[in-house]
Every structure is written in C-alpha cells, then in structure tokens.
Ligand binder design. Structure first.
Ligand code: PRX
Length: 639
C-alpha cells in the first residue's frame, strides 16, 4: 500500500475533494511525492485545453516499473504479485512473487534490448491473457519502449492499421491463445497483418498452446530461445521523463479509424495507483480479480499497473466466464480466495440467465468489494450482483471512466462513500465534472420533476491520468475532445446529476456504440460493411440489447436483388469480422432500398436509431427528409 492519505469516511471524502479543487497542485504534490522518482519534479502542472497541452510533474524523472516492482522488493519480495488462472481449470495455476516477477521482467527486458529495441520504440503486443503478457508490458516499460497492446479479438486488418499508425517495428505475440473451447491462432493473424507491413523488423513468439506456426527467417524469433540466452539479467530501469509516453492504446471514436490514445509515465502512474487504492480500498495481501482483458484500458490500469503499484496481488484469468461452465468465476473466487471482483455489466447479465443454482456449494465469503465498469449497469443486474455474488455484504463500486481518462473518474469508494444502484455517484478527488447543453452552456438547474440536472458530461480541469495526445495526430486529439466545447474535455457521454452531486451516466451521446462493454464506432462498422462487394451504402446504429447492453443494427442497401437474405447477412458479418474482428458483428441487418437523408445528403441517424429501438410512431420531425416514404418502407420491413 502506498503512503498517501487514504480516504476513510464520507466526511473525509468531502474534505479531501474540497482540498483537491481548491489547490490542485499542492494536493497532487502530496500524493506524487510518495512515489519513487529518479529525479524529483519541481514543476507540478502546466496546462491549457486549447491546444491542448497538459503536463504533470514535467521535470521529474522516473520509471514506472521501479514503482511497480523494485520499491516493493524489500518488504514484499516474497508476497505474490501475480496469480495466473489458466483457461483449463485442470492445468497448472502459476504464481509469481514480487521477486520473481521483477526477475522475469528484467530477463525479458534484456531480450527486448538484444533485439535492438530502444527507448521510445513502439512495440505492439498481441497476446492472450497469459502471465507473459504482463511481463511483456512491464519489460517494455522497463526499457522505455512504448507498448501498444492490441486485444486478441481484433482482425489482421485492424492490426495492420494500428501498426502503420504507431509505426511499430516490433511485435510480441504467441503461437495461439485459449478461450473456452477455442484455440485462437494469434501468430497466424499477425502473419496476415504483416503482409502489408514490411517495416516490422522483429516478431517475438511465445510458445503457449504448442500450435504449429510458420516462423519467417530473419524476422521471427522464439521467446523461450531468446530468454535462454540472457539467463538472469540485471536490467536497470531506463530513466524516463514524466511526460515521456508509456503506452498507446487504440480506441474507437465517432469518426474514422481508431485513434491511438497516449498516456505518459508520471501522471498515469500516480492516477492508476491513487484510483486503485481509493476506489477499491485495497487492503494489504488482498487478491484483486479484474476480469477485463489487458487489451483494454481496464486491464492496463486495474490488472497490471494499479495493483502492482499498490504492492497488491493481481489475478489474471485466461478464459471466459462460461467455460467449462457458468460457475467459473465463482470457482475462481473460491479457489484463490478473491477479495475484490471487478467485472462488466454484460458479464453479470449473461451469468444472470443461468439462474442461481450455479452458486450452490461455492464459497464466496472471501469477497469484500465488487466493482463494475464499461457501460451503464441496470438496476436488475446491480441487485443480482449485490444479492447473489456479494450476499448483500459487499459494496459495489460503479466506476465510470474511459480509455482516455487513464483511470476511474467517477465512482463511490468501497465502503466509504455510499453505493447506489445504477449511479456512479461522486467524482474522485481532483475531478471537476460539468454538465453542458449542445452549445456548451452549463446546465445547473435541477429539473423539479426528476430532481436531476441532465447534460453532456465534460471535465473542466486536468487530472494526472488524462490522455496527452492521439499518437501522430495531435490535431485529432484537439478536435475529438477539446474543440466541441471551449476549455472543456468532452467525454462523449451524457449524465444526470442530483442535488448531492451524484452522477448517473446515461451512455454515449455521439456515434460510438458500447457493445458488451466494447467500444465500437458506427463509422468503423459502416466502412467495413461497405467493403462487401454487394453493398452500396449502409448506416449503423445501436439498439438496446438485454445482454450486450447495446446491439449493432445495420441498415444496408445492396446493389442487386438478394436471393438469399440470410446468406448475404452472413457474408456481411464475415466481412466485418475480417476487417475489424468478430466483436463488431451486426446483430441485425436490414436490407433497405434507401436511407433517410436530408436534402443535403446527411443520413438522419436519429430516425434510424428510433426505428432500431422499436419506435414506430414518434420518429420526430421527418419533414426535412428528401424522401419521407423511405421511412415507411424501412418500418414495414423492420428486423
Ligand atoms: O460510455 C462510457 C462507458 O464506456 C465508455 C468508455 O469506453 P472505453 O474507453 O472502452 O473504457 C471502458 C472502461 C473504462 C464511456 O464513455 N462506461 C464506462 N464505464 C461506465 C460507462 N458507462 C456507464 N457506467 C460506467 N461505470
């Protein structure tokens, strides 16, 4: 546990929050100075949201791995840092003490150095949820290389796009990954991705599933063989400036291809650690089980960095919640005496469909805190989680945040500030939310009927963990997040606030979908669908889905008469899978003869959204449509 002040009551939260906004620099200085700096900072914050230019602790120097590993060695060398629960419950669990993890990270860091990888190089990591993934991430950070983890469900084309954008010359992957009863050939996907990326110099391949792979001469090397060459290495942590990039993580926006969100070393470190300890109220030696994949920000901050910075024990799970059966999470909780379980509403909703028998004979008494993240949680799922998993004894933290925010921004603090079903509740210290209307004017009046203020959620002051830029395109960062409303960071979400300052997030107000907690841009899916030879044009919107939160509804115009609709639907989804990955498959595809467009040619998504949601009457104003009869024909053929 770190030595900054831990909030311990609602009143303490209020005082701390007040301090954090009255004098942010003094507040963050108190916290940041408890970390290990190679050179202490003297500047704390320099910022403007216009360019934007955000710098925290700018003249300080550090390495995050010294804070994750080295600083714990003396007191916690023999404590378990990482537990690996494999996909198949009958294969071996692996555990790493801090001492062991430190050594493994240094060994692999030496492998990276031997491959010619240097500070500032971008390294793409495409792996399953194996402990070597954590080791690879930390080894990159150790030598100052910028890691960019790509979720194992993305297609070769998505990888190519990211490699080109990040100008990444190095890749770390594995032969294949296990997920439930499937074996996913990751190396072969990488091989496909690299057909268009001759600039990639080296691919390091871990043997995990003993699947056959093709190794390309002078480009591909085996992880194990390279490791053998280095023995027990001693790799000192590279000196990083606080604002040197730590990682790039690609995420979807409302337009264009995914963008590479950049997080930097100092601020991200402070934020990941601070939020982890405050939100979950982590206690020494507790086992923290975050079910996310390290391919997403949740895994970065709350499987790898947050828990290790705090000197905690983090559990990585390779498989899926329903393999070998729907009781797997509960088996893991029992087996490893998990204290904190952090998962997504979509997982809860899907497990709910299996009834409560799956809990029979499972001892969940070790659980102290439950967490949820990724999408709004409905009250039914919240109550089920609370009653059946938490046995009404565990606070639920509903943590709202984003890839761009680095860590949690709005959440109750476990057992310290009140939980409330479907409400993320209060901003973390240092976070100054504001709700605005479309024109950027602050909405502060409470609606007497509802008791809430509603608006687009923005943040008006920087926090250490916020994104600094989008890789290779700073202007895109500005236009995406800082240009909608002057001097505000725009989250893309809508929210309610009550008179006590609690927030309830209602979801995205832009063209970004949240499908099973995965963030997907409608424009991306449309581009993929339009790649299909038979498609003329398409429009994609979200609709409420019982399990996934949102489903993907595609309206598609084809150029020929369709003989077999289900075959074409399958082909279109095959195209989406090839271009983006299976996570972006459309749940519903409706073939239409036209799309509702304004006279200026803009698709009126508002109408399509309503139709997809099942609305038939109140579609709003259709008078500006070029051809209003199109709406009727779409309605008549709705899926
Ligand atoms: O819409 C919000 C939703 O997920 C979006 C961010 O997605 P991503 O960058 O992939 O990060 C997900 C994990 C942090 C947000 O804009 N979201 C995230 N957490 C919540 C949420 N919506 C409601 N409640 C939450 N707790």
């Amino acid at each position: 546990m770190s030595s900054f002040h831990r909030i311990n009551s609602l009143q303490d939260y209020k005082n701390t929050y007040q301090k954090s906004i009255e004098n942010p620099e003094a507040f963050w200085d108190e916290i940041a100075k408890t970390f290990t700096w190679k050179k202490p900072y003297t500047q704390i914050l320099d910022w403007n949201f216009k360019e934007p230019n955000i710098q925290w602790f700018a003249d300080g120097q550090l390495n995050i791995t010294e804070n994750c590993l080295d600083r714990h060695l003396e007191t916690k060398g023999n404590q378990i840092a990482l537990i690996f629960e494999p996909n198949d419950p009958n294969t071996e669990v692996r555990k790493y003490t801090y001492q062991q993890l430190h050594q493994e990270v240094m060994n692999f860091a030496q492998v990276l150095l031997n491959q010619g990888i240097k500070k500032g190089d971008r390294v793409c990591i495409y792996m399953g949820m194996v402990p070597e993934l954590t080791i690879a991430v930390l080894a990159c950070a150790r030598i100052g290389a910028i890691h960019s983890v790509i979720f194992g469900g993305f297609s070769a084309q998505s990888i190519t796009d990211r490699l080109i954008d990040a100008e990444a010359e190095f890749i770390i992957t594995q032969d294949a990954a296990y997920r439930g009863n499937k074996t996913i050939p990751l190396k072969s996907v990488i091989d496909d991705a690299l057909i268009q990326c001759s600039f990639v110099k080296r691919v390091i391949v871990l043997t995990h599933a003993n699947e056959p792979v093709s190794m390309i001469k002078d480009r591909d090397v085996w992880w194990e063989a390279e490791l053998e060459k280095v023995g027990n290495a001693n790799v000192p942590a590279e000196t990083m400036n606080a604002e040197d990039p730590l990682f790039i993580l690609y995420t979807s926006g409302s337009t264009g291809k995914p963008k590479g969100v950049v997080h930097t070393s100092g601020g991200y470190m402070v934020w990941a650690n601070y939020t982890f300890e405050q939100v979950f109220q982590y206690q020494p030696e507790e086992v923290h089980f975050c079910t996310a994949d390290i391919g997403w920000i949740t895994g970065h901050s709350y499987i790898v960095y947050g828990p290790l910075l705090a000197g905690g024990t983090t559990l990585m799970f390779e498989g899926i919640p329903t393999y070998p059966d729907a009781g797997r999470f509960w088996d893991i909780v029992q087996k490893h005496k998990v204290n904190i379980l952090y998962t997504a509403p979509t997982a809860i909703r899907s497990l709910m469909t299996n009834g409560t028998e799956i809990f029979n004979g499972k001892d969940l008494s070790s659980l102290r805190v439950l967490g949820t993240v990724g999408e709004p949680i409905n009250e039914e799922a919240w109550n089920w989680y609370h009653d059946n998993v938490g046995k009404s004894n565990c606070p639920i933290v509903d943590t709202w945040w984003q890839t761009e925010t680095g860590g949690v921004l709005i959440s109750n603090l476990a057992g310290v500030t009140p939980s409330r079903p479907a409400w993320a509740t209060l901003p973390l210290p240092g976070i100054q939310p504001i709700l605005v209307d479309e024109n950027g004017k602050e909405n502060s009046e409470i609606n007497i009927e509802t008791g809430y203020v509603h608006g687009n959620l923005c943040i008006k002051f920087p926090w250490p963990g916020m994104l600094r830029t989008t890789y290779g395109d700073h202007e895109r960062c500005r236009t995406n997040y800082f240009a909608t409303y002057e001097n505000l960071y725009f989250t893309g979400d809508g929210a309610y606030r009550d008179s006590d300052g609690n927030y309830r997030i209602t979801g995205r107000v832009d063209d970004v979908l949240n499908v099973s907690g995965h963030r997907i841009g409608t424009a991306e899916v449309e581009n993929a669908i339009n790649m299909h030879a038979g498609v003329v044009e398409s429009a994609v919107v979200g609709y409420p889905h019982d399990i996934k939160g949102q489903g993907i509804y595609a309206f598609v115009i084809c150029n020929d008469h369709i003989h077999d609709e289900s075959l074409v639907r399958r082909d279109i989804n095959e195209t989406i899978t090839r271009i983006i990955g299976a996570i972006a498959k459309a749940d519903k595809i409706q073939f239409v003869s036209g799309l509702p467009k304004t006279r200026s040619g803009k698709i009126m998504r508002r109408i399509l959204r309503k139709i997809a949601e099942g609305e038939t009457q109140n579609l709003g104003d259709t008078s500006t449509l070029l051809d209003p009869t199109i709406v009727e024909s779409i309605l008549a053929n709705k899926q």
